[in-house]
Design a protein around this ligand. Structure first.
Ligand code: ADP
Length: 502
């Protein structure tokens, strides 16, 4: 039996939680004896310690998923009922949204109101959206000759290993689980070691929703051990990963061993272009949200802002006002816009970029240091100041590298061609934003930017119905929308000879 903890969140939600690995609908202890201690980033104090999977534990989980794949309770379950199970899971997530949002806020550092109003809405609607797809994915019938035709079956890929990051723990789990389950796969999902807690509650809800044992297995574990074991396991047919580009590269190498199907959603250094005819209020509002929301810990963060030289002084003044106008604090204050960074490692990494930018000669507009919190209990928290640089060159590290924090560079441009060329001068290609009131320019630029997504007069819009993913070193494949189903199903062609002449 796995150990069970009695936990009370800082905002008063009490729950009991087995800390083990969720395999075959049961919480079992990790054989490794290894653990992960989750830390509250606002206070630097431990929250809870949970089991961490070893390679042997991952093997157990994968074998459970493999057995469930062909078990009649899943394989022969009518697709409509599969969708109903998913809808039940979505309902349970929604009923428990306050608890789940509290845990993610505590564990990750994001403001509770954001976790509740954004993350939980996204996570629940994604599962619900894909529950509707479960009985709406079909093959085709294709005529060939008068005697022959072929039809296609859309079948699951098999056992899917899913590795998720810490910036949106439940939403990322939902993005991965939704399409995989809709297409009839079975899953072993590994949460990020920085945010191991909410996924355990989700596991409880999976069992409660009535999924057959082994269909969804959820483990906590360290990337190098559990993540690597999952990625290289011979019985895993597909790996879906969201995280850094460096880890994505490792995953691709490991998955090559058995030529696994992969989906990668990795890093970004997304550009945002402000043309002289843009609505200035909108441009400032979305530019701010695009880099400073979620503590800047978003792969699609628009972290390079290109502003037409004519309007640069006005934009800079307004943007500085927006950046300095937000409230920094802990997760529980309803006024908090920016909470602490997720871990000490991320906090220190951001501080190191402040040094890098300084040494490179960037001009600091605002920020550039750790933030000193007003509450005594937050004095050891991982707070940084939202930071803006200008007078940077395209070759500086602060312009080229993903900081993954509330740090942005602002660069002037003179012509549309120049803006596009410089926006595209990056190894990444995830998102991009264009601010203009010129309809023609908006769509022309959107078509020319080398990314998987473009926002016109907005930033960070994301919806379960809309494909999400990157080009270049920002990823392979698409998640969400109908495109997300492609990533979790394969097409089998069946040739039929109806006649006896050929
Ligand atoms: P970050 O650097 O922001 O923590 P990572 O890309 O390292 O992002 O982590 C994202 C996810 O990938 C986490 O679940 C982590 O445990 C996992 N991970 C990290 N390293 C590996 C690895 N070598 N193999 C498989 N998974 C890994």
């Amino acid at each position: 039996m796995a150990q069970t903890l009695d936990i009370v969140t800082p905002n008063g939600h009490r729950y009991t939680q087995p800390t083990g690995l969720f395999i075959n609908n049961e919480f079992v202890p990790a054989t490794s004896g290894k653990t992960i201690t989750s830390i509250d980033p606002a206070t630097d104090k431990p929250i809870a310690t949970v089991d961490a999977a070893s390679a042997d534990d991952v093997d157990r989980a994968v074998k459970a998923a493999k057995a469930a794949l062909v078990h009649p309770s899943w394989k022969l379950l009518p697709a409509t009922e599969r969708g109903q199970l998913m809808a039940r899971l979505a309902d349970l997530m929604w009923e428990n949204r306050e608890l789940l949002a509290s845990i993610d806020a505590w564990d990750n550092g994001k403001p509770y109101h954001v976790a509740l109003d954004e993350d939980l809405v996204e996570a629940t609607t994604t599962i619900r959206y894909y529950s509707g797809w479960a009985d709406k994915t079909f093959g085709q019938t294709i005529s060939t000759t008068p005697q022959k035709f072929a039809y296609t079956l859309r079948q699951p890929i098999g056992v899917v290993g899913q590795i998720i990051p810490w910036n949106y723990p439940l939403a990322m789990a939902a993005w991965k689980l939704g399409p995989a389950l809709a297409c009839g796969n079975t899953v072993v999902l590994k949460a990020a070691e920085q945010t191991p807690l909410s996924i355990l509650v989700l596991a409880t809800l999976v069992a409660k929703a009535g999924f057959p044992p082994g269909v969804i297995n959820i483990v906590n574990g360290y990337g190098r051990e559990a993540g690597a074991a999952l990625t290289s396991h011979p019985l895993v047919d597909k790996v879906a990963f969201t995280g850094s580009t460096a880890t994505g590269r490792e995953i691709m190498k490991m998955a090559a061993g058995s030529l696994k199907n992969i989906t990668l959603e990795t890093g970004g250094k997304s550009p945002l272009l402000v043309f002289p005819d843009a609505d200035m209020d909108q441009a400032v509002k979305w530019s701010h949200f695009g880099i400073m929301s979620n503590q800047g810990q978003i792969c699609t963060a628009t972290s390079r802002i290109f502003v037409h030289r004519e309007i640069l002084p006005t934009f800079l003044a307004e943007f500085k006002k927006a950046v300095e106008g937000v409230s920094i604090g802990d997760q529980w204050d309803a006024n908090t816009f920016q909470g602490p960074q997720v871990t000490r490692a991320q906090y220190e990494r951001i501080l190191s970029y402040f040094e890098i930018a300084k040494n490179e000669g960037a001009t600091l507009v605002t920020g550039g240091a750790a933030h000193v919190p007003s509450k005594e209990e937050n004095k050891n928290g991982y707070f940084v100041q939202p930071t803006v640089y200008t007078d940077v060159t395209d070759s500086m590290r602060i312009v080229r590298e993903e900081v993954f924090g509330p740090v942005v560079v602002i660069l002037p441009f003179d012509t549309e061609e120049e803006a596009i060329e410089r926006a595209n001068n990056t190894s990444y290609g995830l998102g991009a934003a264009v601010f203009t009131t010129d309809l023609e320019r908006a769509h022309r630029v959107a078509a020319e930017i080398e990314t998987g997504m473009v926002w016109i007069n907005s930033s960070q819009d994301c919806d379960p119905r809309i494909p999400f993913g990157g080009v270049k070193q920002s990823g392979i494949g698409r998640e969400l929308g109908e495109a997300g189903l492609e990533a979790y199903s394969q097409v089998k062609a069946i040739h039929v000879n109806m006649g006896n002449k050929l």
